[in-house]
Write a protein that binds this ligand. Sequence first.
Ligand SMILES: [Zn+2]
Length: 134
Amino acid sequence: MRDRIARFMIGRNGQDQLNIFLLVAALVLMVLGAIFRTSIGSFFSGVALALLLLTWFRMLSRNLLRRRAENERFLRWQYKVTGKLRSLKTRWDQRRDYRFFTCPACRTTLRVPRGRGKIRIVCRKCGSSFTRKS
Ligand SMILES: [Zn+2]
């Protein structure tokens, strides 16, 4: 039986990170659908079902090039989101000691110590400067 499944899966996409994410999303929506027993609940259940069908389709798909490109795009997006969340957490953890500014020229986030009064901040990345209260 396991052999037959293994043979069946040859040349197919199988599981990837995007599918796992879609499965978790479907699970969350199913739980929400069970909690809200109104039209919004059935909407959640409907989307969950669509996501489940999508994961099945992606798992059994033979178009590996396409599926890998999708997964690649998902991983890049995930990397960006987790990086943003991590930097927000760092800012929150350091909020007592530092102030954060965005460079008006290159949009880089700059960190300066709090309580130094009005200071001239020089961007380490592009060298432009601006004055702010720390
Ligand atoms: Zn800059």
